[in-house]
Design a protein around this ligand. Structure first.
Ligand SMILES: C[S@@+](CC[C@H](N)C(=O)[O-])C[C@H]1O[C@@H](n2cnc3c(N)ncnc32)[C@H](O)[C@@H]1O
Length: 276
């Protein structure tokens, strides 16, 4: 319970919806006129943003009849994109109340509240019957979860036999000490990075088979370089971006993450598994 509260406290900023509204105002947008693309820079809270989601999700064979679980959905950017792009129905679960409240408001603004349902909860104790979902995905969440076997087993339980579980997480890929704060933890005690090997072993132990694995370190470094080039060419920060969701410590968290990736200690990695 303390652990869950610590995670929620780390992510909540208290005024997220107001911060998003302020960014939208600078763009000349209102809740009536804002689009899913306008929100992508702030509602896809993972390395590579929408571009990474597109490439990752396109490997999950999503189709319009699917009911998909977004594990640790944040404010639901990837959930909404999945509905829009693939016509699925998505349920997102996240520990952080403020993210669920904010994300649900965004779904409402975009008219997606019947196809996307965001609920507060712990992905280690899901309130769904066995074999509820056709697919599941998880973007940048496992770094907050110490017990990867417990995670894998709970996702395995709620998936239908043969269903695919896609993971795009930051993993420990080399030697060295991670510099904190980073976007998912302010201090080392809040971070449970694991290697791709540890993830795969946990998935196998939970009953999955591994279909594919892809290290996205080079993609991440190019993404950061492009972001930096755009920032220095622009007149000030964009009205909506990850600093809006991360709050005051955002520049330091982002800088440390970029350096940790550049030093080869961590990298975003895709793993796709199937319930046997
Ligand atoms: C870096 S954010 C990523 C959010 C989202 N997946 C995205 O890519 O935009 C990590 C999220 O994981 C959530 N989280 C961490 N541990 C969790 C748990 N045990 N159950 C549910 N959500 C969790 C946090 O609340 C946070 O919203």
């Amino acid at each position: 319970m303390d652990h869950d509260n610590d995670i929620s406290r780390h992510y909540a900023r208290g005024d997220l919806l107001d911060a998003i509204l302020a960014g939208m105002e600078k763009m000349g947008k209102t809740p009536e006129t804002v689009t899913i693309d306008d929100l992508a820079p702030v509602d896809e809270f993972h390395i590579g943003g929408r571009e990474a989601s597109c490439e990752f999700l396109s490997q999950l064979s999503l189709s319009s009849g699917d009911h998909v679980l977004d594990v640790g959905c944040g404010i639901g950017g990837a959930s909404r994109f999945t509905v829009k792009e693939f016509g699925c129905r998505v349920t997102g679960v996240d520990l952080t109340d403020e993210y669920i409240e904010t994300g649900s408001t965004l779904c409402h603004w975009l008219g997606l509240n019947t196809s996307v349902s965001l609920v507060q909860g712990n992905v280690l104790e899901l309130d769904f019957a066995d074999a509820t979902f056709d697919k599941a995905f998880m973007l940048h969440v496992g770094m907050n979860i110490p017990d990867k076997v417990a995670l894998g087993s709970e996702i395995f339980r709620v998936l239908k036999p043969g269903a695919v579980f896609g993971i795009y997480d930051i993993m420990k890929c080399g030697e060295g000490t991670v510099t904190f704060p980073v976007p998912w933890a302010s201090v080392p005690e809040g971070s449970w990075l694991a290697s791709p090997e540890e993830y795969k072993n946990a998935l196998l132990e939970s009953g999955f088979e591994i279909i594919c694995e892809r290290n996205r370190g080079k993609f991440a470094l190019k993404f950061f370089a492009d972001l930096k080039a755009r920032a220095s060419a622009a007149d000030g920060p964009p009205p909506l971006g990850l600093p809006v969701i991360m709050g005051a410590q955002a520049p330091m968290k982002i800088q440390n993450m970029v350096e940790n990736v550049a030093r080869g200690i961590i990298a975003p990695v895709e793993l796709i598994a199937r319930k046997v």
